[in-house]
Design a protein around this ligand. Structure first.
Ligand SMILES: NC(=O)c1ccc[n+]([C@@H]2O[C@H](COP(=O)([O-])OP(=O)(O)OC[C@H]3O[C@@H](n4cnc5c(N)ncnc54)[C@H](O)[C@@H]3O)[C@@H](O)[C@H]2O)c1
Length: 421
């Protein structure tokens, strides 16, 4: 104690000031670090996207040089915890975000995709990584591979894409799902089916809970997808009951985010693209007005929220279907105005005739996901939209540099002999 006293007494005023300043700097640094750690934990999902964006931007030009490739950071998992995971449709919008999450969590991921609507660019930042494999394969053909879990996402998801070749859409959802269930049975893997809110059709019950059987037109233009997914669910439960395959079924509601197709004809991509290009924001008559006496409302989930829901469902013990969606409702007009203001666009809003069988109102009842998975959406709509707008801006720059962005073709209407699908 005496020594400390002598030491303090020996310090002159200048040294005291320096010591005080150092202590202050140390305090501020600790506070800042603590805050940023907390922030990155809270906004973990957005953080994954930022890391991937940074890495992707460093090698956004083809051809890839795999030797100089830098990968996003990957956790180390012991042999016991590391799973071999197959993601069908893993080069698509949702599949590629799921790939990012599972890779960064330290698993071995195999992506299988026929690149109908998916793109190699969506997963290019993993090519060459020892935990990653990309296989160009159509799920309509059998696949033999050793895996522990299968996320079965392969299927076109937006109306122009699934209506382009309805027979192929049906085959992908039926034969493709049978093939994946057969694989799951052979290797003892658990399979999660990416089903859809479209199984509820144009619902008469609002909001839709998992008990609702739906209201689907079996011969309408959307039937190839809606009925394809319904039968895919049926197949999952047949394999579960008859063969003991472990299945999980996620009924996914409208989701948006980076890597969604620029031209997929859905509300979010349409509005962002139109606003960025200064074109009128097109709203179908039925959805803008409310001729049925109720407002036409839709809900939008950000991709990272969906990915977290899919992973929790896969690792849960819930084998019955679970809704994954955002219950926060918005009218289409509200949405158009919000996007206009975020993009700071002068585009007008223009009304178009209603499309056939367009569902008028959709809202998930997510009580089951909340109660049994502890899952609910956390990313605010504006934050998700801003990220998506940034992505679309970058894509438009690519386009301006003559880089290829696939556009959906018009639905096929054939005369004469049909082509083999
Ligand atoms: N995005 C949404 O809002 C939404 C909503 C409900 C359900 N879903 C479901 O989630 C899954 C993924 O949707 P997404 O939005 O990422 O669509 P997406 O079109 O971006 O991805 C689908 C992927 O599957 C691939 N694919 C299609 N047919 C295939 C085949 N026969 N063999 C192999 N690969 C094939 C495509 O090339 C693409 O990469 C789909 O099953 C979809 O039905 C999505």
């Amino acid at each position: 104690m005496k020594r400390v006293f002598w030491l303090i007494a020996g310090l002159n005023r200048r040294m005291m000031k320096i010591l005080f300043a150092l202590a202050l700097i140390a305090y501020v640094a600790c506070e800042y670090l603590g805050m940023s750690v907390n922030l990155s934990i809270e906004r973990g999902e957005i953080k994954i996207e930022q890391i991937i964006d940074e890495v992707s931007l460093t090698h956004s030009s083809y051809p890839l040089n795999v030797f100089s490739q830098k990968y996003p950071p990957v956790k180390f998992l012991s042999e016991k915890d590391r799973k071999r995971i197959l993601i069908t449709g893993g080069a698509g919008f949702v599949g590629s975000h799921l790939t990012d999450k599972l890779m960064m969590d330290g698993h071995e991921v195999t992506v299988v995709d026929n690149f109908f609507t998916g793109r190699k660019r969506n997963v290019e930042h993993w090519i060459g990584h020892e935990n990653f494999e990309l296989i160009n394969h159509d799920v309509v053909e059998p696949l033999y591979i050793e895996v522990d879990q299968i996320y079965h996402l392969a299927s076109p998801a937006s109306p122009p894409n699934y209506m382009y070749n309805p027979i192929k859409t049906i085959k992908t959802n039926t034969i493709g799902t049978l093939n994946m269930l057969g694989l799951a049975k052979r290797v003892g893997a658990r399979l999660l089916l990416a089903s859809t809110s479209e199984v509820y059709g144009d619902p008469e019950v609002h909001p839709q809970n998992e008990e609702y059987w739906g209201h689907v037109n079996p011969i309408g233009p959307r039937a190839c997808y809606d009925e394809g997914k319904r039968v895919a669910e049926t197949m999952c439960y047949a394999y579960m009951k008859q063969e003991g395959v472990e299945v999980r079924v996620a009924r996914i509601f409208n989701t948006f985010g980076s890597r969604m197709h620029m031209n997929d004809g859905r509300v979010v991509s349409n509005f962002i693209l139109q606003a960025l290009q200064g074109e009128p924001l097109t709203v179908s008559k039925q959805s803008g007005t409310s001729t049925r006496g109720e407002p036409n409302v839709f809900v939008y989930l950000f991709s990272s929220d969906l990915v977290n829901g899919l992973v929790s469902l896969m690792n849960s013990n819930i084998s019955s279907p679970v809704n994954l969606g955002n219950p926060e409702e918005h009218t289409i007009l509200e949405f158009a105005r919000l996007i206009k203001s975020l993009v700071v666009s002068r585009s007008q809003i223009q009304f178009l005739p209603e499309a056939q069988d367009d569902p008028q109102r959709r809202r998930p009842d997510i009580r089951k996901a909340k109660m049994m998975l502890g899952w609910e959406p956390v990313v605010p709509l504006e934050e998700g939209l801003n990220k998506t707008i940034q992505y679309f801006n970058r894509e438009l720059e690519h386009q301006a540099n003559n880089q290829y962005i696939p556009k959906p073709k018009a639905a096929r209407m054939k005369k004469g002999r049909p082509r083999h699908n």
